[in-house]
Design a binder for this molecule. Structure first.
Ligand code: FES
Length: 102
């Protein structure tokens, strides 16, 4: 496992998200009032970017067909997607936002 810096804290406000590439993976990074969360950016249904979805509480809605995932666990909570996405641990060290990738 490696902790890789993907953003600076000041770059995202609570409620914002962005797609990042790290360790060859496309990851959606979310900043919420409660903290930072990261899951695979690619929706397992047809591949749309979850970083562009609306987030309410801890649920992101895929912008294409409305699948919902829990950004804390990657669990799918609303079809048409049937498979979960991978969650990643996010660590904030000073100004650096880091994601743990295998
Ligand atoms: S691509 Fe995400 S719900 Fe279809």
């Amino acid at each position: 496992m490696a902790l890789l810096t993907v953003a600076h804290v000041s770059e995202l406000s609570p409620g914002e998200a962005r797609a990042v590439e790290v360790g060859g993976r496309a990851i959606a990074l979310f900043r919420r009032e409660e903290g930072w969360y990261a899951i695979d950016n690619t929706c397992p249904h047809r591949g749309c970017p979850l970083a562009e979805g609306e987030v309410e509480k801890f649920l992101v809605t895929c912008p294409c067909h409305g699948s919902q995932f829990d950004i804390r666990t990657g669990a799918v909570v609303m079809p048409p997607a049937l498979a979960p996405v991978r969650p990643y641990r996010v660590v904030v060290q000073g100004e650096d936002v880091q994601i743990e990738v295998p």
